[in-house]
Design a protein around this ligand. Structure first.
Ligand SMILES: *Cc1c(COP(=O)(O)O)cnc(C)c1O
Length: 378
């Protein structure tokens, strides 16, 4: 059984893929060409954003947003304590300090109430200049942007959406990648929309920001290649990956429907036995992951071992909250009980559009069997 279904997906699209890749080879343009341009236009249309830049990864997409705002030493950026490391890493790479914020235990996303408190605390301490918030749509579920946008506006902070896991999700009629001044997504192979290497995109609605991002994407270039206005990155998306993404985008809406069907089937079978993914009213989820939670860490570890023994792949995203990562020791932080508890309880199950009914059934049957065996003495 596959965890993220890349082989099954390739089998469905292999002819189209081979043709698209060969076409790029024959066309002879390999970096930022017509495929990237077409992809950017299609991604704008899909998300409702004015501007999109194909870039080298989700990490670079986030970093470009911070560099575009000139965020650096002396600044701080607020972000969730429960995410992939890259979310916080880019803040430190830019020279600023991450200030971690606890999560809502139901959605696993940044808690707006805790965010307000953290902003007030930093203001009171007066040591760091608050600049931005990076909100993450963890596991594919949009963060609470209604409240977060309000908080950012009131505090004069730039909002950046980390939509690495949420391409395709929405709040009402607004798609993920459309929140904040900037949004970043990732095309890492196992993300909902993935390429066959590294890739990502940054989105914005403002022409000035867009121009700055374009410059930063290519070494801070100005009018021409050998005229540099600022210090930037090499953060370009290549044509091969864009051609692959253009094919995958044709299939994306259908795949998203299938993902949601898998999630629904899991929820139906597992309801009442585990803490399940919550999708608040008005939101849709991209189900990058389907993440359940055990009662406590021993039970989670028991379930994980039991699934693996039965040949069912599963993963813990994420076992260590960001504020407890060794790389961030030395930063003072406040207790983040919800993030810590989530790390101890979560378990992500196989989730992809090509997961068969039989496979879904096998996962659920094994989980319920493990619960049953746990109850029996010895
Ligand atoms: C995957 C991911 C990233 C980084 O994306 P890459 O393309 O791997 O650089 C950033 N944030 C989150 C939440 C992610 O899941």
């Amino acid at each position: 059984m596959e965890f993220s279904g890349l082989k099954a997906q390739y089998n469905c699209m292999s002819e189209e893929m081979k043709q698209a890749v060969c076409q790029v080879l024959e066309d002879g343009q390999y970096i930022l060409g017509p495929q990237v341009k077409r992809l950017e236009e299609r991604l704008c249309e899909y998300t409702g954003r004015k501007y999109c830049l194909g870039v080298s990864s989700g990490t670079d997409a986030l970093l470009l947003a911070l560099l575009s705002e000139g965020i650096g030493p002396g600044d701080c950026v607020f972000t969730t304590a429960f995410s992939f490391f890259a979310t916080a890493e880019v803040i430190a790479l830019a020279g600023a300090q991450p200030v971690f914020v606890d999560i809502n235990p139901l959605t696993y996303n940044i808690d707006p109430y805790c965010l307000s408190h953290a902003i007030k605390r930093v203001d009171r301490e007066g040591l760091l200049r608050p600049r931005a918030v990076i909100a993450v749509d963890i596991f594919g579920l949009p963060a609470d942007y209604e409240k977060i946008e309000e908080i950012c506006a009131a505090a004069g902070l730039v909002l950046i959406e980390d939509a690495a896991q949420s391409f395709g999700a929405s709040i009402g009629s607004r798609k993920c990648c459309s929140f904040g001044s900037y949004a970043a997504t990732s095309f890492f192979p196992s993300k909902p929309l993935g390429c066959y290497g590294d890739g990502g995109a940054v989105f914005c609605d403002d022409a000035t920001l867009y121009e700055r991002l374009c410059s930063l994407r290519v070494h801070g270039q100005g009018q021409h290649k050998y005229h540099n206005l600022r210090v930037g990155l090499n953060a370009r998306l290549d044509e091969m990956q864009a051609a692959i993404l253009n094919i995958k985008l044709d299939h994306f809406a259908h795949e998203l429907t299938l993902r949601r069907q898998v999630a629904e089937a899991y929820s139906k079978r597992l309801s009442g036995y585990f803490k399940l993914p919550a999708v608040p009213t008005g939101l849709t989820c991209a189900f990058a992951q389907y993440t359940i939670a055990g009662r406590d860490t021993p039970q989670r570890d028991y379930l994980k071992a039991g699934l693996e023994q039965a040949g069912i792949p599963c993963h813990v995203y994420y076992p260590v909250p960001l504020h407890m990562q060794p790389a961030f020791q030395g930063l003072t932080y406040h207790a983040m009980p919800n993030a810590l508890e989530a790390s101890g309880r979560v378990l992500s199950l196989p989730m992809h559009p090509y997961l068969t009914i039989e496979e879904q059934d096998a996962v659920c049957t094994q989980l319920l069997r493990l619960l049953d065996e746990e109850k029996r003495p010895e």
